[in-house]
Design a protein around this ligand. Structure first.
Ligand code: NAI
Length: 252
């Protein structure tokens, strides 16, 4: 098993990439706190995990609130005695042009995607340092944190921040042996992309001309958490099937 007895907290664990990662981690021997504000979805994830004998518990959290994220990390340590891996993955995506900026939507997006990740890094690293754990913190950025697409201003801003938070936090936490990594998925077949206009076309942005599956992202997020990936630190790893490496050709 690749993550035997490791303790992981996964935000956004009720759906998509977070759920797939919770299944992968527990399948590899980790104990997981499945955290999400969608309690029902998180419970379903835990049921799936328990059906194959994996170890996981649910925790309801709104990652945009620092107090709740600190309480989540406390809960993980109370339950499983330590924390080795923090996967700051919860996120939302809504279309909004800069010239029609909706103040509420802008703050909501930054609250979850940007501040939620900052709070996750802060709470987990503080706890890891206190416990003397040389842990790993993985943040979900996006190809949209690297390149722009028309009409997604708040999302781009929030994911660009995740890229820089990853570098900055990695530097601050290196003295404690804590690694901080970002992952930047391309288009992954989850509920998050359902609202995109002409979404089916978007698979053609990938080398394989297929959507990436949440399980494929989970596989890499597992490898990155292993000590064998120790030299990956402060980097944002592109999990995009080449999307950012070539000029997309939607028509083919
Ligand atoms: P999803 O919609 O399937 O899962 C997102 C989860 O985050 C949901 O379970 C939702 O309840 C949870 N969540 C949202 N706001 C929350 C909050 N305030 N507190 C706690 N939980 C909250 O979407 P998916 O695709 O699995 O997204 C996971 C991450 O991957 C997000 O950060 C997203 O931006 C990122 N991403 C997704 C891509 C895709 O194509 N699906 C591409 C690039 C990045």
């Amino acid at each position: 098993m690749l993550l035997n007895n490791k303790v992981a907290v996964i935000t956004g664990g009720a759906s998509g990439i977070g759920r797939a990662t919770a299944l992968k981690y527990t399948n590899e021997g980790a104990k997981v706190v499945v955290a999400d504000y969608n309690e029902e979805g998180a419970n379903e994830t835990v049921e799936l995990i328990r059906s194959f004998g994996g170890e996981a518990v649910t925790y309801k959290v709104d990652v945009s609130k620092f107090g709740e994220v600190k309480a989540l990390v406390d809960f993980a340590v109370d339950t499983y005695k330590t924390i080795d891996i923090m996967f700051n993955n919860a996120g939302i995506s809504r279309a909004n042009l800069i010239n029609e900026l909706n103040e509420e939507l802008y703050h909501q997006t930054l609250g979850v995607n940007q501040h939620g990740v900052a709070y996750g890094i802060a709470a987990a690293s503080n706890k890891m340092i206190g416990l003397g754990v040389k842990g790993v913190i993985i943040n979900t950025a996006s190809v949209y944190g690297i390149m722009a697409s028309r009409g997604f201003f708040p999302y781009h801003v929030s994911k660009g921040a995740v890229v820089m938070m990853t570098k900055s936090a990695a530097l601050d936490l290196a003295p404690y042996g804590i690694r901080v990594i970002g992952v930047a998925p391309g288009f992954v077949s989850t509920p998050l992309i359902k609202g995109i206009r002409e979404v089916e076309q978007h698979k053609n942005y990938h080398m394989r001309k297929e959507f990436i599956t949440p399980e494929e992202i989970a596989d890499t997020v597992c490898i990155l958490a292993m000590k064998e990936a120790n030299v990956v630190n402060g980097s944002v790893v592109m999990l995009d099937d080449g999307l950012t490496s070539f000029k997309g050709h939607l028509s083919k």
